[in-house]
Design a protein around this ligand. Structure first.
Ligand SMILES: [Zn+2]
Length: 230
């Protein structure tokens, strides 16, 4: 995580290094008075006090490098293991400042990225003091956690594309068959009845008997004549 913007105002009230003590704590304080008055006090060598950071709604002052030991907690062993943060305002009696909380969360997130083993504590857990009043330390710590470990984005569920049904092809019009003309068969014309050929009865020539006789007579006469000549 990147270092947040810091207004550097290095205090002379500090001990270089930490005497080999690792940072185990992030200690929360409140300034009661203004942040600027706290900066002036820390820059004053005769005050004999300091803190690593002072948080305001708009900026973060850095008065002691975190590699060095600030004179904040009123207990030497605690100073050696702590990074100390002053929060502007008198956080007693219901005071609340969202800007200070937001700036502190950014600072705490960065410090936790540097010192992952560090845990939070309040000044009053170290010595008898009202500091840091009702400063919502858990809220700040949790906001810092969200900054350090942002929740995974909810995967955007890409909706399944709505499948537009392909319109059914318009069926080709079924050709209405041309009505086959009904051929009315020509009436069978019965052939005209063939007239049987008339039976031609050969007329039998009936010779009259008289004629037959005369012919016989003539034939006989002819024979007689014939034989006479012969
Ligand atoms: Zn304090």
């Amino acid at each position: 995580m990147n270092q947040p913007p810091l207004d550097i105002r290095i205090s002379p009230n500090k001990t270089y290094g930490r005497q080999g003590t690792p940072v185990r704590k992030i200690t929360f304080h409140h300034t009661v008075a203004s942040a600027l008055s706290a900066v002036q006090r820390f820059l004053n060598p005769s005050s004999g006090t300091s803190a690593h950071f002072i948080v305001t709604p708009s900026k973060i002052y850095c008065c002691v490098d975190t590699d060095d030991t600030a004179w904040t907690n009123g207990k030497w062993a605690s100073n050696l293991e702590s990074v100390t943060i002053e929060h502007e305002g008198d956080w007693r009696f219901g005071y609340y400042n969202q800007g200070v909380i937001d700036q502190s969360a950014i600072l705490v997130a960065w410090l936790r990225s540097l010192y992952p083993e560090a845990t939070p504590n309040r000044h009053r857990e170290i010595v008898a003091t009202a500091c840091p009043g009702d400063l919502p330390v858990e809220l700040i710590w949790n906001k810092a956690t969200e900054i350090l470990y942002p929740p995974l984005p909810v995967p955007v569920v890409v909706p399944e594309p709505v499948v537009v049904p392909t319109p059914a092809p318009i069926p080709e019009p079924i050709p209405v068959p041309t009505p086959v003309p009904i051929v009315i068969p020509e009436p069978v014309v019965a052939p005209p009845p063939v007239e049987p050929p008339p039976i031609i009865v050969e007329p039998i020539i009936v010779l009259p008997i008289a004629l037959k006789r005369s012919i016989i007579v003539m034939f006989i006469e002819w024979l007689i004549k014939f034989f006479k000549k012969g």
